[in-house]
Ligand binder design. Structure first.
Ligand code: SAH
Length: 355
């Protein structure tokens, strides 16, 4: 017999059947998990006898926090150990009135963009919906409650649209509230159009990074399959169908895509339609030759887009010191073996405060 199944991967009827209790109990247990319970003893509306029997039959979560690192700018990176020992990262980024959580959708990444650390170690596997959901639960615990997280971005390791079904299922399980959720993709046109029909409250970010096929083929190899016009057309369709925010991410890399001519072509490509541009000075990645332009050149690029009427924003890099900035997420630690089972209880993580 394997370890007890985790609550997060079951539905309410499955929990009830597994325990041989009424459906209501399954619903209560799931609601507690969504509210951030870290132990069955917290589930005070369950009969005491059931509460005590639970740890032998179920685990709350399938994953655990293995490490938390904090950067001087208060960005926190959580390393989460999955059931099979694989590790993924998620990042909590505070800013003024916001707290943004950036979560991963895959272990490694198959997209292999030229400037990104995530693909450098290859691709191991996609996450399951409950594992993505658990990243949120862990981060909410560390943040002091789910309500603290105001923005959620699927912008960590992996290409979410190459793990379509599990990502969509995970988003459906997230307690939404007023939270803004953005999915960032390398730009897969057919999947963007399919996503537009899911009826999810998802903003879209497309990692464009170039104004023409020649440049984009080099930086984002996936582009060779679709071409940049198709990618931009799909993003326009997403906006037309959902009315949600569509943003193009554009990393500025010195000598590659950051010249005046690139800015002019980008403005031409995005003219018309409510399309925003997020300029991101490239975060240096150890072992890669790419560098960001000078702040003056970043500013000049921004001004050129603005002058052409394109809504543009420059994103400040955060968490660089702990390799938590965009494109720096990459596992530096070797896999460690699963800890021994501790009576079916979710092991207490090394780092986080007890809420
Ligand atoms: N696969 C998805 C989501 C993960 S990458 C995507 O491509 O959008 C999240 C964002 O970080 C993308 O815009 C990606 O291009 C960007 N990024 C990757 N490497 C970077 C780096 N070194 N500096 C700055 N941004 C980077």
């Amino acid at each position: 017999m394997g370890p007890a199944p985790s609550v997060t991967r079951l539905t309410a009827p499955e929990i009830a059947a597994h325990l041989g209790v009424p459906l209501l109990r399954g619903r209560q247990i799931l609601a507690w998990v969504a509210r951030g319970a870290r132990g069955f003893e917290e589930m005070t509306d369950l009969p005491a006898a059931l509460r005590e029997a639970l740890p032998a039959k179920l685990r709350l979560l399938s994953s655990e926090i293995s490490e938390i690192r904090e950067s001087p700018d208060s960005t926190r990176k959580l390393l989460v150990r999955l059931e099979d020992g694989e590790l993924v990262e998620c990042v909590l980024i505070p800013a003024e009135t916001r707290l943004t959580l950036c979560i991963s959708s895959q272990v490694g990444c198959p997209a292999r963009c030229a400037f990104c650390a995530s693909g450098m170690l290859g691709f191991t596997r996609s996450l399951l919906a409950h594992e993505i959901f658990e990243e949120f639960l862990h981060a909410a615990h560390v943040a002091g409650g789910a309500g603290e997280i105001t923005n959620l971005v699927l912008m960590g390791m992996g290409e979410p649209l190459l793990n379509y079904d599990e990502v969509v299922a995970a988003v459906r399980r997230l307690p939404l509230g007023k939270r803004r959720i953005t999915l960032s993709t390398v730009g897969l046109p057919d999947r963007i159009r399919r996503l537009a029909r899911e009826g999810l409250p998802l903003n879209l970010a497309v990692s464009l990074h170039a104004p023409d096929d020649e440049t984009r083929n080099r930086l984002v190899p996936v582009n060779r399959k679709y071409g940049i016009d198709e990618v931009v057309a799909a993003a326009r369709d997403y906006f037309r169908e959902t009315g949600r925010d569509v943003t193009f991410e554009y990393i500025l890399i010195e000598g590659e895509n950051a010249g005046p001519e690139h800015a002019r072509r980008l403005a031409g490509l995005l003219r018309g339609g409510n399309l925003n541009v997020n300029l991101i000075p490239m975060n240096p990645v150890e072992g890669l030759p790419f560098r960001p332009p000078t702040p003056e050149n970043v500013e000049a690029f921004r001004r050129r887009l603005e002058a052409a009427g394109i809504p543009v924003h420059v994103r400040t890099p955060r968490g660089r010191e702990i390799d938590a900035a965009c494109g720096q997420l990459r596992l530096r630690r070797m896999k460690t073996s699963r800890p021994p089972p501790s009576g079916g209880q979710q092991p207490v993580a090394e780092g986080p405060p007890r809420a």
